[in-house]
Every structure is written in C-alpha cells, then in structure tokens.
Design a protein around this ligand. Sequence first.
Ligand code: PA5
Length: 418
Amino acid sequence: MINFKYTGGLVNEEEYQKKIDETRTYVAKAEQDAFGGWVNLPIDYDKEEFARIKEAAKKINDNSDYLVCIGIGGSYLGHRAVIEALGGEKSRTKILYAGNSLSTRSLQRIIAEVGDADFSVNVISKSGTTTEPAVAFRVFKKMLVDKYGEEEAAKRIFATTDAAKGALHDEAVAKGYESFVVPDNIGGRYSVLTAVGLLAIAVAGINIDALMDGAAEERAALISDGGLAAEYAAMRNMLLDKDYNIEILANFEPQFMYFNEWWKQLFGESEGKDHKGIYPASVIDSTDLHSMGQYIQQGRRNLFETFVEVRDEYAGITVPEAVDDLDGLKYLEGRELDYINKTANAATREAHTSGGVPVLEIVLPTVDERSLGALIYFFEMSCALSGFTLGVNPFDQPGVEAYKTRMFELLGKPGYEK
Ligand code: PA5
C-alpha cells in the first residue's frame, strides 16, 4: 500500500493524473529493453539453476562456518539487504562481505574473523574484471589453497558471473568452480533475485521460493499498467518539478539499513545522469532523528521523505514496571516497545509534514520473505518508470567508469598509460 495524503496539496490533481498516465506507458518500454530481463524474472527464471543454488547452499551449510561473499555494488547490496532485513542468518553459516572496498583495515577484519574456521567463497562479478572484488578474490583464493590445497579449494569457490565471457568466467571454467549466471539482460542493481543474490540468501537459511513468490505477486499487480509503482514514480517526478530534488527513504527498523543502501544504489545509479535526477538519501529512525532530524525538520526545503512502514505489531519487549518513577516512564509501563516505535513513526511523519516536507508512505504488511520480494520488485519497477519519466536511461551507468579509468592510469594498468 502506498499513501500520498501527506504531500500537503503540493501537487495539482489533474497534472498528477496526466503524469501517471505517461508513466504507465513505460512498463512496456522497460519490458522490451535489452536490460529489462528483471521485469519477467519472477515468473521466468532458470529452474534448473534455482535448484542448483539450493544444493550449493546445502553443501556450504554442511562444510562451512563462513561464506565470504565477494562483490561490489549490484553484486553485493541486494543479498545483504535481504539477509539483514530478515534479521540475519538463520543457518549455521555466517555470511561475510568482502571486495566492496579497497580498505586494508576492512579486509583484515574479515580475514581475522574467518580465522581458522572452515569457509567457502562466492565471488560475484558480472564483468569479472572489477578491481575491488578481483583483489579480494585473490586474497581469499590464496587462503583457501593454503588451507585446503588446490583441489578442495576449487570445490569451495562458487563463481557468479557472465554465462560466456570475462576473466572470472574463464577462470571458473579453467579451474572447475561451480558457476552461476548473471543474465545478460539484467544489470547489477536489478539482479538481486538472480543467482547474484539468491546463493547467499539461501546459504543464510532464508526461503528463496517465498522471496520469488512475493516478487511474482507484485509483478502481477504492476505488469499491466505499473499500478502503484507508476503512481510513486509520477509523484517523485512531480515533486522534482517543484524542486524537491532529494528523496530520503526513512524507516524505523535498523535491520533495514542495507535495504536503504540497496535502494540508494538502485535509484542513484539509475537516475543520476545527464545532470538530472533526485538525490537518494536515507535515514534509520528514531536513531537518525538525533542526527539528521534537525535538518529534515528545519533545513533547506528541497527534500521529501518516503517512509517504509511495517504494519504488523511485533510483540516481545514491554517497558518493565518499577517501584519508583525516577526515570519518568511510569506512563509507559507495560507498553510494547514496538507500539512506542510505531508511535514515534507517526509523530515523525506529522512533524516533518508540518515542517514542509512532503511525505510518501509505503506500508509493508509484515517483514518476511514474501513482502521483501514484493518490495524489491516494487522499487525496481518504480525506478525504471521514474527514470524513463525523467528522460534518462535507467539501465546504464556510464559515469561509474570515470574513477576507474583514472585509477587505472595512476596504478599503471597496461593499456591505460597516459
Ligand atoms: O549495478 C551495477 O551495474 C554496478 O553496481 C555493478 O553491479 C558493480 O559495478 C559491480 O560490477 P561487476 O558485477 O561487473 O563486478
């Protein structure tokens, strides 16, 4: 469910309807795009590979205390978002994330955490040549070979990459790693429901059938005319036309921190080009009300907020009774913490609305595999429709190359000499 009633009458109803009608026409354009493979993915995926993913996950659960997932950007954020949003690993195998920076300190921490434990590696790179994961893969490959020998190391490496080309593909064939495919017609940031995300999610003990079912249900709701995704995409563009050029994704569940990161990449990389776009930011409240709350309430009025709210009540911790009332909390005794959190959410929405921040609200019935699958698909569709409405290609990322080219020049990579 999505609620637009807190946009404070900023948007002219007739213009908004026109914008929605325009946005709806882009569903077919997304589906027909060479990178539109994600549109029908929830009902049209490789079942044989899906079964292999489950088998590989079982094998990893049987022989590994850790799975080191090596990847960056779209080859990393989606599975971390899902695993964290669902409260972390349910299996005995802990997932670690490497190759998403070039930081020595960060890599050392991961190596130290693995220590002497048994581990496997899932190296994920569509191009197979991205520097961050390639360097980390070298490090963990050496650790595997030193610990288990060449033959066993190869059995503990799972490569997710292009079906036919690239350095990682070629190495996987040469060394006999079990491989999974990043489909040609799906870009990194739209790939969480492919093997890119599914292997780690399955290793974490999360039900990938339910995740896909949730996405398929959402697809059914959006595929004919974009449904609520078209309305959200249209509203974003209407607000942008009125100079609201920053969108803050806000929610009250710290477990959604990486979901926010995934969302930022999805919208930032899809829309931020040709000197256009809405800058995607995020907060986790009520935590960030004590850091960013001041700015949101009273700072420059060029931002709008999209709250992702979880509807169901999550009982478990109540405010304990106390004989005295030294902390002044008597009025909350016996109250569920979740009730207080949801009240903070409602209060924040009202405060920000009255402070001149247009607020959109996306309501999740609950947090489980199905609802997350649906939410992922909803945002993917919204992002594609919004990008087309904005007048950009939501499936390319030409700007990402600029830093790489300069870094390769500075590092002296062959072929990049000045
Ligand atoms: O969304 C994207 O396309 C990017 O974020 C890529 O996923 C990221 O740059 C990693 O690329 P690769 O999977 O080729 O290593």
